[in-house]
Design a protein around this ligand. Structure first.
Ligand code: AMP
Length: 456
């Protein structure tokens, strides 16, 4: 099957070829024809499967005909995070280069005035995080009655982040006879309910998770005597394994911070990303890594999902993730788009159970990689390597669900005084205040040039 067989326009095929693709991924092959036929769609697919292009491509052809109107976007894509929204925007920019389509990105951290200006000029595609969209809607700056196509991307993550009430509200503002495409890695009951309520007679597609046993990725486990020698072993691997670029994943934010400092002290060019940093900081660090200013990025699972960073030669799991799914996401940061990659997971005794769960999920035992004795033996910890006081109490970076702690509604957390969190109705507003950084902030992320929004 080739892209040319899917019913896409010649202009679009030209843009796809320019991007270097000629064969659709399974989700693209299944989704594109039915989206072009204006059918609703439920697609169970994770990032890494090519799912973004599976809705972006047919949308471009659908939107090629029709007229833009001020304040009334013709289509809407909901994304849980600003990074993912920006990534979808980049896809539109690349694939839509032969079309005259206008897009706006509605995300926290970009000055609202610029976004309103873009909307006033009329847009074909609005890519938004639910919180910012609701705010603009409530201020009467946007009308959703002309929006005939809705994409709800990463629905299960939206659920994790408390966005479902907003999404329900948004769905009820759109025309009832619109086309709706829902993408989710899993289908927990609240998402199933959402789909039953807002989709009509959808086509259902399920594609395999992106190859966890991707043959392009050589994966190893590296036993270490205790967590105290992990840094030595890691440094040894970093210097001996021909590392061009590496992402190093830790389970806790504190570990990310301390490990990054330690690597820098040892002369490595490293940066860090974790959920305690504000968005502009995170994006700036990510950009330094993408630009090659640093070649090592120490991160928590916040960075593991969704972000498409090309050319990562190595992934290191400084800790084995507690959730085996996260292993797949982390390791999937390398070996992307046909490239080869190497992934090492350091296994201290306390990682034993977690690695067992990973091996159960991936269905194979990871081969053991013996680090040369010198590094593994150096078990004298650096001065600051002792567990920091109170670290035990620190919540894991990903305690239960991906990124929930990063953006969880404040109200959902138990209050110190033991009072109960407020009811769901009042959730939306307060959560948005926290999530979306509604004070005009700084957006340092990629802002596609044709957005007509100036980055601050
Ligand atoms: P996604 O699942 O949308 O995050 O896409 C994962 C990666 O696959 C991105 O780097 C895409 O550029 C890439 N990709 C998308 N479609 C194709 C394709 N048909 N062939 C090869 N790579 C693709």
């Amino acid at each position: 099957m080739k892209f040319a067989d899917l019913g896409l326009s010649d202009e679009l095929l030209g843009a796809i070829i320019a991007k270097g693709y000629d064969t659709p991924t399974p989700i693209q092959a299944q989704a594109i024809p039915s989206v072009l036929m204006m059918k609703d769609l439920i697609a169970i697919a994770q990032t890494g499967t090519g799912k973004t292009a599976s809705f972006v491509l047919p949308m471009i052809d659908i939107l090629a005909h029709g007229r833009r109107r001020a304040m009334m976007p013709r289509s809407l894509i909901l994304e849980p995070t600003r990074e993912l929204a920006a990534q979808v925007a980049e896809n539109f920019e690349a694939y839509g280069k032969n079309h005259d389509l206008k897009m706006a990105l509605l995300i926290g951290g970009v000055q609202m005035g610029d976004q309103v200006k873009a909307l006033n000029e009329g847009v074909d595609v609005l890519i938004a995080t639910p919180g910012r969209l609701m705010d603009l809607f409530e201020r009467g700056k946007i009308l959703l009655t002309g929006c005939d196509l809705l994409v709800i991307d990463e629905a299960d993550r939206m659920l994790d982040m408390g966005f479902i009430p907003d999404i329900e509200t948004i769905c009820s503002k759109l025309p009832a006879n619109r086309q709706t495409l829902l993408f989710s890695a899993t289908m927990p009951p609240p998402i199933k309910k959402l789909a039953d309520k807002f989709l009509s007679n959808p086509k259902y597609i399920e594609v395999a998770r992106p190859a966890s046993t991707n043959t392009q990725i050589a994966q190893f486990k590296v036993p270490v005597a205790s967590s105290r020698v992990k840094r030595d072993v890691l440094r040894q691997l970093l210097t001996s394994d021909d590392v061009a670029t590496a992402m190093i994943f830790c389970n806790r934010k504190t570990t990310v911070r301390e490990l990054n400092k330690s690597l820098q002290r040892h002369g490595f060019a490293s940066a860090e990303i974790h959920g305690d940093m504000d968005q502009p900081q995170r994006l700036a660090e990510l950009q330094r890594f993408k630009d090659g200013a640093v070649n090592i990025l120490v991160c928590s699972d916040v960075a593991a999902r969704g972000l498409d960073i090309k050319g990562v030669s190595h992934v290191f799991n400084f800790d084995t993730p507690w959730h085996p799914d996260d292993y797949v996401h982390r390791v999937g940061r390398t070996g992307r788009a046909g490239a080869t990659g190497r992934a090492f997971t350091l296994i201290a005794p306390e990682d034993a159970e977690a690695i067992e769960n990973v091996e159960k999920l991936t269905g194979s035992k990871l081969p053991v990689f013996e680090v040369e004795k010198g590094g593994a033996k150096a078990d004298k910890p650096e001065r600051d390597e002792k567990p920091a006081r109170g670290r035990r109490e620190e919540k894991p970076e990903r305690a239960a669900k991906p990124e929930r702690e990063e953006r969880a509604p404040r109200q959902d957390r138990p209050k110190r005084d033991g009072t109960k969190p407020p009811k769901a109705e009042s959730r939306g507003k307060a959560r948005r205040d926290e999530d979306e950084g509604d004070e005009p902030g700084v957006w340092n992320g990629p802002v596609p040039s044709f957005l007509g929004i100036s980055a601050l």
